[in-house]
Each structure stands twice: as structure tokens, then as C-alpha cells.
Design a protein around this ligand. Structure first.
Ligand SMILES: Cc1ncc(COP(=O)(O)O)c(C=O)c1O
Ligand SMILES: [Zn+2]
Length: 412
């Protein structure tokens, strides 16, 4: 908090002291944390950051908390140089930012929740909760458990079973709402107002969003303190994509990285693509849609930060790509068999969109690209059931192996 200047409205520029509010009382625009960058510049250095533990808290000066309370192993996920995948796509330099192995709940949400949960404790909320498409519920429940916070997570009733169990295991109150995510979000906004609970992505949203910046910080640090030419990010509520950009801009501002900022591209499933449709139609504010896609974690029809995504994509010279459920499943398979990484449909969406952008010539074959893989395939394994081969079943003898498997082309 030492370097936090305050909260600034994204729409009208009004400024507020840093306390738990997320909308501007003048215009209802979203509030964003701002810092005293001159002061940060004086104390921060690459060496200082590199000397710290490998978690998102290594960027402490640019995060809005006094003292981290959770997330000591969250963030600092691998940036994998993906040479086989690069070859399959036809690009020179491709990296996977692999949040499918984030700690402790295997998605990018562990970043945003580490900051929001710490802030919930700092601000003294009696209950910590969220409105979720699945991954956020698991992360909120896990961090609440280790902090001993009372926890309520709200989800649409039709989520994947492993996502529900993956939240319920931490013993929060799980509330399955008969409606889609946008209905859940509306209800939670009313509950936050009436009961004064802290919702990670509603009234704690300004802080939650700051956690997402760390994905941008890490990409630059792990590339050797430089920026790639392109970054492709999934979009649901629209937190991640603009905050990756905010992180990079802050790194430039405090003197940690030089050079041009990357072009940032948005990936959405065709069945829930309000932002891509807005980009194509030249709209500043996306029109809401009714989601229908296999990528349930991206099924948000009315994204809270949609207009920020549109703005950042345009500002950086990026584009958007929407992809079909079939392309999403193909991409999950491709990532698995080229790089040994199993992602969920959100990751399939991002990779399929990257593929489309390469085909369109937006990402050129001699350029560098980072693909943000934000969730883990083991939570949604059933979506791939028809796309994997059944095991070859044999008896226990060597002769069984030789009769059935060896003729398929095994060499001794
Ligand atoms: C795996 C995964 N990736 C990406 C997103 C999209 O994030 P955002 O809401 O920040 O756009 C989500 C959000 O629900 C998610 O669960
Ligand atoms: Zn305002």
C-alpha cells in the first residue's frame, strides 16, 4: 500500500481514497488502483525482484496490499518455450504462459484471489465470496479455507461436476443459481450491497483486478525483461486482458523494461463473444449476448470490463478472434500432443484464436507470441472423451502383447 496513490474512475477520472468501493459515485464507472510511479521507480529494480520468492508477491510495490496473507505460492507459473507447437502453427517464437499449473487451484484466478482475499482480511469483511463461472469459486474457497474466512460462492447451476466438487471440497457454502453467470452476478451485487460481504469480483474488484497484472509482469520478466511482439488472452468478464497491458505499461513507466509494448489480442468462443462482436462492429461498449458454448468458464454474456478490453485491443493494434467449439477441442488436443500441456476449453479458445490470427497474417511467421493458458484440463476432462483413443486392452502374457500391440509397429 506504500505506493498506492488512490482509486481512479476509468470513465470520468474522478479520484477516491483506497477503500472497498469499486464503482464511481459520480458516473458508476469502474475504479482502478493507481500508484505513485515516481516513488516506485526509485526503489524497484530487476535485481530486487529477482532476489524474492517465486510468487506474485515479488512485485509487491505495484500491488495494493499492506502485507500478503495468502498466495505465497500463487503466480510465477512457467513460461514454456513451445517449439513443437510453434512449428505446427507456423510461427518462429511461441511461448505458453502456463497458469494451468497455478497454485493452489490450477487457474489464473489464484492471482486475482490472492490479492482480493488479502484485501478482504485487511478491510475486515465478515464473509468472502464471489460470483463465478467455476474456476473463481474453487480459488476463492481454497484461499478462504486457509485464511479461516467464512465463504459463499455463487455459480450457475449447470457447471461441470469437477468444478463444483473442486470448490465444495474446501467447505464453502456453494450456492447454485438457476440462471446463467450474468444472473449470478446480478444477484451477488445485490447481496454485497445488502449484507456487506466482500465479493472478490464485485466490491473487491478494483483489488482483484490488480492481481491479474502479475501475468503481464511475469511474461516480461521471464522473457528476460523484454516484451514479445504479441500476447493472446482469453476474455470472459474482461479482467485479465486489460490488466496484462496495465502491468506491462507499469513496467515501462518504472523503468524495468524498454521497447515497444506488444499487440494484445482477445480470444472468445463464438457462443459467447460480445467483445469480439463489438470489435468487429466498431462498438465501444459491447452489446450483451446469451452465452452458449462448451467453454463454460468464458460464458459471460455481459462482461463487466468489456469496454476496457475493446479499448486496450484497439490501443495496442491488436485484434479479436472468435472460435467454434470444435476448434476449441481441436486446440486442446493440439496443445496436449505437441507440448504435454492439458488445458480446459478456455485455453483451447486462446490457442484456437492464436491459430486463426496466424492464418490471417495478423501474427507473422517471424514474430514472437505469448499464449495465455489460464485453466487446467483435468477439471473439464469429459469434454475430450470423444477425441481420445480407448486403451488397447490385452492379457497378461508377453504373447498377448506381441499378438495385439507389436504388429501395430513397435520395434524392440
Ligand atoms: C480459465 C479461465 N480463463 C479465463 C477467464 C477469463 O477471465 P476474465 O474474466 O478476466 O476475462 C476465466 C474467467 O472466468 C477463466 O476461468
Ligand atoms: Zn466516474
Amino acid at each position: 500500500m506504500k505506493f498506492v496513490a488512490g482509486l481512479t474512475c476509468h470513465l470520468c477520472g474522478a479520484t477516491y481514497p483506497p477503500k472497498a468501493s469499486w464503482v464511481c459515485s459520480d458516473c458508476l464507472g469502474p475504479l482502478e488502483v493507481t500508484y505513485d510511479y515516481e516513488a516506485v521507480r526509485k526503489v524497484i529494480s530487476r535485481e530486487l525482484i529477482e532476489s524474492r520468492p517465486r510468487s506474485l508477491w515479488r512485485y509487491m510495490e505495484l500491488l495494493p496490499v499492506n502485507e500478503p496473507r495468502t498466495g505465497f505460492y500463487s503466480g510465477f507459473t512457467p513460461l514454456v518455450r513451445a517449439t513443437r507447437l510453434a512449428e505446427a502453427l507456423g510461427v518462429a517464437e511461441l511461448y505458453i504462459k502456463d497458469d494451468s499449473v497455478n497454485h493452489p487451484t490450477f487457474s489464473y484466478k489464484d492471482r486475482v484471489v490472492s490479492v482480493a482475499a488479502t484485501k478482504a482480511v485487511e478491510l475486515g469483511f465478515p464473509v468472502f465470496g464471489c460470483a463465478s463461472t467455476g474456476n473463481l469459486a474453487g480459488s476463492v474457497a481454497a484461499h478462504a479455507a486457509r485464511l479461516g474466512l467464512q465463504c459463499y460462492v455463487f455459480i450457475p447451476h449447470n457447471l461441470e461436476p469437477a468444478k463444483i466438487l473442486g470448490a465444495a471440497i474446501y467447505r464453502p457454502h456453494v450456492v447454485a443459481v438457476e440462471g446463467n453467470y450474468d444472473d449470478v452476478n446480478r444477484l451477488c451485487t445485490q447481496i454485497a450491497d445488502r449484507y456487506g460481504w466482500g465479493f472478490a469480483n464485485i466490491n473487491l474488484r478494483s483489488y482483484y483486478a490488480e492481481g491479474a497484472k502479475t501475468m503481464g509482469f511475469e511474461i516480461a520478466e521471464q522473457l528476460g525483461w523484454r516484451y514479445p511482439d504479441h500476447i493472446v488472452s482469453p476474455v470472459a468478464g474482461g479482467t485479465l486482458l486489460p490488466r496484462i497491458f496495465k502491468g506491462l505499461r507499469e513496467f515501462s513507466e518504472v523503468g524495468l523494461v524498454e521497447g515497444p509494448l506488444p499487440r494484445i489480442h482477445a480470444a472468445q468462443p463464438e457462443g459467447s463473444a460480445p467483445v469480439i462482436r463489438a470489435l468487429e462492429a466498431g462498438l465501444e461498449f459491447p452489446d450483451p449476448v446469451k452465452p452458449d458454448t462448451i467453454a463454460k468458464s468464458l460464458a459471460i454474456g455481459n462482461p463487466a470490463d468489456g469496454f476496457q478490453v475493446v479499448k486496450v485491443v484497439k490501443e495496442t493494434g491488436g485484434s479479436g478472434a472468435m472460435v467454434s467449439d470444435d476448434e476449441i477441442l481441436d486446440a486442446i488436443g493440439l496443445l496436449a500432443c505437441t507440448e504435454g500441456i492439458f488445458t480446459e476449453p478456455a485455453g483451447g479458445t486462446t490457442l484456437a484464436a492464436t491459430r486463426a490470427l496466424v492464418r490471417r497474417g495478423v501474427i507473422k511467421s517471424n514474430e514472437s507470441v505469448v499464449v495465455c493458458i489460464t485453466g487446467n484440463g483435468y477439471k473439464t476432462a469429459e469434454v475430450m472423451a470423444d477425441r481420445v483413443e480407448q486403451p488397447v486392452r490385452i492379457g497378461r502374457a508377453l504373447s498377448d502383447f506381441e499378438r495385439v500391440v507389436a504388429p501395430q509397429g513397435v520395434t524392440a
